[in-house]
Write a protein that binds this ligand. Structure first.
Ligand code: 9B3
Ligand code: ZN
Ligand code: ZN
Length: 432
């Protein structure tokens, strides 16, 4: 009898627990593949009318039949959204049932927790931590690292780049890497930190990075969009744009990767400040894009390679995104991207797609890579790092090292190629 009683108590307890768990809905990521035009219309409606964040594609206009849509649905709109989907017989898959937990994991400051085996570079860092890291890195490596103030953000935060320069060779060329144009793509700033740390740690140990730093200076801008990045830490993890205020609406932010002067605001961008792909009021209207453009204009004779780091979807893109026309050195760019993708596949077993932006991802004007290319930097790439949608923008910290190592391999492969194609060898080239 007693055992029976205990049995019932436990059964009910279990039911109660499960109910409690189910009613407490969390922020979720849904994957939905529209099968008909009606489904497409419903999804466009949901992603514009309800409090959601479209992860993939970047804007509702790109939603099309038979192509996966990734949608972030906050807990408070979960019921309404699922109801709508169900009523129109649109099936969905839950990619992430509890995004809150992941977000909490990524913002936890476990630097003081000795049980976490991860290093500084295997965690995400707040903007303040990154500013502190920039200062400390320059201070600790006075002969190799200089801080350059390239401008300031809309909210007047400094835009710092690090210049890595390992010797004073005359006529030295350079490459540029920027990270964090898009606020929510957190693995991007993490990569810039990773790259600087790797350069400082493996010079004279790894042959490839040694050859690169012997022949090029490297400018690294870890957070191009500090206002947006700050905002993803304090208010909205899914924020993409900068934080500039529009004169005509209450909507905030310009997509900095639509604000450069490359077929500015044609198809693939929007004049509507309320969209995620708002191009701003004129090319370089934003202080962040203007600062980068000014710096590159004044260094265009030395900078040979432009790299900009985004996430997610695992792609290596090159110009053009703003037109279907082929770049004049398309074959070169394709060959470099292909070689980089092949190495990632061989060493890390991950597949990266590659190609001209407009044909590989979507038609998109006003991007920094196209603009830099037209300025005369003939080697210009956008990297989209891990993953392919499993965690999307919420890539767990435990994946940072994998994502950064494979991207680093691609950077090294491409930079070595640029040196090989453009510079007379001063020291023996490493064998590929
Ligand atoms: C977009 C453009 Cl405009 C470009 N020139 N190159 C790459 C992209 C893709 C990124 C974007 O801004 O949408 C991916 Se997050
Ligand atoms: Zn991006
Ligand atoms: Zn992206």
């Amino acid at each position: 009898m007693a055992t029976l009683l205990i049995f019932f108590v436990f059964m009910n307890l279990d039911v109660l627990l499960r109910m409690g768990h189910c009613t407490e809905t969390r922020d979720q990521i849904l994957s939905i593949t529209p099968k008909t035009q009606e489904h497409v219309d419903i999804l466009r409606n949901i992603s514009t009318q309800y409090e959601t964040a479209l992860w993939q594609p970047v804007s509702p206009q790109y939603i099309k039949e038979e192509t996966q849509v990734h949608l972030f649905v906050p807990a408070n709109s979960s019921e309404t959204v699922k109801d709508l989907l169900q009523r129109h017989a649109v099936t969905h898959e839950v990619l992430l049932a509890n995004a809150n937990e992941l977000i909490e994991m990524q913002t936890r400051n476990d630097s003081t927790d000795p049980r976490s085996g991860s290093t500084f570079y295997e965690r995400y860092h707040s903007l303040e931590d990154i500013y502190y890291w920039i200062n400390r890195t320059a201070h600790d490596n006075p002969n190799r690292v200089k801080i350059i103030l390239v401008g300031s953000s809309y909210e007047k935060r400094p835009l710092y780049a690090l210049k890595l320069s390992f010797n004073n060779r005359t006529n030295k060329k350079a490459m540029w890497i920027d990270c964090g144009i898009h606020a929510r793509e957190w693995v991007s700033p993490a990569f810039c930190l990773w790259f600087v740390h790797y350069s400082l740690s493996f010079y004279n140990i790894n042959q490839d990075i040694t050859h690169i730093l012997d022949n090029m200076d490297v400018y690294v801008l870890p957070v191009l969009n500090p206002d947006g990045y700050k905002y993803t830490w304090t208010s909205n993890r899914m924020w993409r744009k900068n934080r500039s205020i529009s004169k005509t609406t209450s909507c905030i932010g310009v997509d900095l990767n639509r604000n450069f002067d490359a077929n500015w605001c044609t198809e693939g961008a929007s004049h509507d400040p309320c969209t995620e792909i708002y191009c701003g009021t004129f090319p370089e209207s934003e202080p962040e894009s203007q600062a980068v453009a000014n710096f590159l204009r004044s260094h265009k004779d030395t900078v040979q390679l432009y790299l900009t780091i985004h996430s997610y979807s695992q792609m290596l893109l090159f110009p053009y995104s703003c037109t279907l026309e082929e770049a004049e050195n398309h074959r070169d760019l394709l060959e470099m991207a292909q070689e980089a993708a092949q190495k990632i596949r061989r060493y890390y077993r991950n597949i990266y797609r590659y190609g001209a932006g407009a044909k590989t991802i979507y038609f998109a004007p006003g991007g920094s890579d196209d603009w830099a290319y037209n300025l005369g930097i003939k080697y210009s790439f956008t990297f989209e790092l891990q993953d392919r949608g499993r965690y999307g923008f919420l890539l767990p910290p435990s994946h940072i090292s994998g994502a950064c190592n494979e991207a680093l391999l691609a950077v090294k492969t491409i930079a070595l190629k640029v040196i090989q194609k453009t510079q007379a060898p001063t020291s023996p080239s490493p064998t590929f």
